[in-house]
Design a protein around this ligand. Structure first.
Ligand code: AVI
Length: 713
């Protein structure tokens, strides 16, 4: 049993020291306050089948507590009036027949006075109940009752506005009812993908407006024939607009050649900067179509809201989404009559997100799913636009290339994929892990070598030289150079992964406060420009790690040439290279005993599955590392364990058992073979340093004497 006076803070925005009884009484008093300015006639009339009289709301919310809490949980409770079960049941079939909804306005009896007495009676009994202990189940029902009455507080105002809008006197509910207005919305960009609410929005980029569509914008839609041009409308919406004679939002009324709007503050001139409200889904969808946009899905809305990108989230108008109100996976209606609470409305209704100016404070939350039928418009409904967007600059090429490489690479007679696609977030992490294994010597040997030769390297770097690192990653080895050569400034790391680059740059800035750091987000194998800070300075290229071995020969030459061009004539280049050595050492390095390299290799299949909708089973492939003496390189492959068919990037690929997918080359050099390669790229070797076993080399290159290098192939 939960003591009903326990103090708690919850999703309903309750303050920490408020008891359940306090919450209950606060809620009930707020409802009373909402109707305090009304007379009894205001409270009895029903203006349309969808709306209910205020008196009915007052009684129905009370009936809810009486039926679901007092009758079941307060021993000896006696119903206030047995006829109320018929009169004030809303839609609960399990609780028997009820007054038809369109005829709630015919209930001149009970009087308002008796309904208010009913409220007082139930409040007294509820106080008794809430002062006793509540079971967890009863507490849950109480919370549902609180939320239920909050919903009716909003409905009550919606229905009242509709009622007053029908009156020729256009009475103000509250003459001081505030207007809301502000600037136009700006589109906010977001990546799609999997988000916490568990809805896959796929691999695309969308944009969503940070503010709601305004009356002024709606007027432009109207002026452009928005309500007369069928091309903007859904078929059902067009039929509805025609038959209903729609030419503006629900409460807009013509005043000569101007528009006025009925509000809870009475008739007012349209405020151009206020958000448009009281529109149906059909109108919202037509407007979005006219505006070259669309409505957001509820997943997109929730993602953007949870990223704090949106304004006017829950204080202006409920916002139509393009999502149908249907069950989330795992949703089960509650048992008994309460099972009728939401589930049975899950057809023919669209979801609205956010909250409105009349929604009780704290009632809504980011995951709250409101719903109405697409033609309804008496609620405080508005819209915010969304649209599909081109992915950020580098993405279309990268993604299209990846798909293109997968399609052509897996269709080839010798299946192959470029190794650069290893390095998604997981791949980059696994590579770091490889570098820490005992078997993969390349990083360890090179780091030890750099430590030994740092002073010598530094001696060859001129004062004020810019250090340009290609594929800088974490910039870990760079520190050895920077420590030995304080004359370097600026440092220009070039890295395709902006996050990695920003983090590494921030760490360096902290540790090297004198150093100017000018990072460039770019694929260093493509075209890019050095920042202005490097202009006019001698430049030293830095390319450690034997990454040059991952290019094919022509690719390596192309890279060296473009580096030569980027760095200019007054340049040097420090290149780390792995040397040819015994096969056992090489094979162990690419097939480490902990299996990290195997995971790194198979991660490529996982990336294809994720990014290109593939269905590879990584377990159906073996990792293979072999030495190719003809090309002087280590090769990595994935070997199909069986005959299998795999789908990816919208294509189907057949693998025979034993067939290989070639994923990486890692060329190993002698000092001579590397010098030849460098020469083809426009550089000559000025210095060579060799590490201890297992041996790797660091070369200092200088521009080739010959000035016709750039013409040679
Ligand atoms: C990044 N590159 C130099 C590594 C290499 O040795 O070719 C990648 C690697 N592949 C397997 N292990 C490490």
């Amino acid at each position: 049993m939960t003591p009903a006076i326990s103090r708690r803070r919850d999703q309903y925005g309750t303050s920490a020291d408020e008891t359940l009884l306090d919450q209950y009484l606060r809620l009930r008093q707020h409802t009373q306050a909402l109707v305090a300015r009304l007379n009894h006639e205001d409270m009895a009339v029903q203006s349309m089948p969808d709306a209910s009289p205020v008196k009915w709301h007052l009684a129905h919310t009370t009936w809810f507590f009486e039926t679901f809490l007092l009758s079941t949980s307060l021993p000896g409770y006696r119903q206030f009036d047995p006829s109320f079960g018929y009169l004030f049941n809303s839609y609960y079939e399990a609780l028997g027949p009820r007054q038809p909804r369109p005829q709630r306005g015919l209930l001149t009896r009970p009087t308002v006075g008796r309904v208010l007495a009913y409220r007082r009676h139930v409040d007294t009994q509820m106080s008794t109940l809430l002062k006793s202990g509540l079971s967890a189940e009863t507490e849950a029902l109480l919370r549902l009752g609180l939320a239920h009455e909050e919903q009716h507080q909003e409905l009550l105002l919606m229905d009242l506005l509709h009622l007053f809008s029908q009156s020729p006197l256009k009475p103000a509910y509250d003459p001081h009812w505030p207007d809301e207005s502000g600037r136009s919305g700006r589109f906010k960009r977001l990546p799609g993908g999997l988000v916490e609410i568990g809805v896959s929005t796929g691999d695309f980029v969308f944009e969503i407006s940070d503010r709601l569509v305004k009356n002024g914008e709606w007027l432009a839609f109207m002026a452009d024939g928005g309500y007369r041009r069928a091309e903007f409308w859904l078929s059902d919406g067009w039929t509805m607009a025609q038959s209903g004679g729609w030419e503006a939002p629900l409460y807009w009324m013509r005043d000569g050649d101007r528009w006025q709007e009925m509000t809870l503050g009475g008739m007012r001139s349209i405020v151009a900067d206020a958000a448009v409200t009281h529109i149906s889904y059909y109108e919202a969808a037509a407007y979005a179509q006219w505006a070259g946009a669309r409505l957001p899905s509820e997943a997109e809305w929730e993602l953007a809201a949870s990223e704090n990108l949106l304004e006017q989230v829950d204080g202006v108008a409920w916002q139509w989404t393009q999502s149908a109100y249907s069950a989330y996976p795992g949703y089960r209606p509650a048992g008994g009559a309460l099972g009728e609470y939401n589930g049975k409305f899950m057809v023919g209704q669209m979801v609205l997100r956010g909250g409105a100016s009349i929604t009780p404070a704290g009632h809504s939350r980011l995951s709250y799913r409101n719903f109405y039928r697409p033609e309804q418009r008496w609620m405080f409904s508005g819209l915010r636009l969304a649209r599909d967007a081109a992915p950020i600059e580098t993405q279309p090429e990268t993604r299209d290339n990846f798909a293109a490489y997968v399609i052509t690479g897996l269709s080839a007679r010798h299946k192959q994929l470029p190794s650069k696609y290893f390095y998604d977030a997981t791949g980059s992490r696994l590579f770091e892990e490889i570098c820490r294994t005992d078997d993969y010597y390349v990083t360890r040997s090179e780091t030890a070598l750099l430590r030994n030769i740092a002073a010598e390297l530094a001696a060859g770097i001129p004062q004020g030289a810019a250090l340009v690192e290609f594929g800088s990653g974490e910039s870990a080895k760079t520190r050895l150079v920077l420590d030995a050569a304080p004359q370097i400034s600026p440092y220009v790391p070039i890295e395709i992964n902006a996050d990695v680059l920003n983090q590494a740059s921030a760490r360096l800035a902290r540790d090297y406060p004198q150093l100017s750091i000018d990072p460039v987000v770019a694929d260093f194998t493509g075209h890019f420009q050095l920042p202005a800070a490097a202009e006019g300075r001698p430049k030293v290229g830095f390319f450690p790690g034997s990454t040059i071995g991952n290019f094919d020969r022509d690719g390596a030459v192309r890279f060296l040439r473009s580096a030569r061009q980027v760095l200019g004539d007054q340049a040097a280049m420090l290149v780390g290279v792995d040397l040819v050595k015994d096969e056992a050492t090489l094979r162990a390095a690419y097939d480490d005993s902990q299996g990290v390299t195997a995971r790194f290799n198979k991660n490529l299949l996982i990336r294809i599955n994720r990014e290109l909708g593939g269905n590879f089973d990584p377990e159906a492939f073996d990792h293979l590392a072999l030495w190719n003496p003809v090309h002087s390189r280590m090769e990595m492959h994935l070997v199909s364990r069986k005959d299998q068919i795999v789908n990816a990037a919208g294509h189907t690929f057949a693998f025979r058992g034993g067939e290989r997918l070639h994923t990486e080359n890692s060329h190993k050099f002698t000092t001579d073979s590397f010098a030849q390669l460098a020469a083809r790229g426009g550089w000559s070797v000025a210095n060579t340093w060799i590490s201890d076993e297992p041996r790797v080399a660091m070369f200092r290159l200088e521009p080739h004497d010959s000035n016709d290098w750039s013409e040679r192939s």
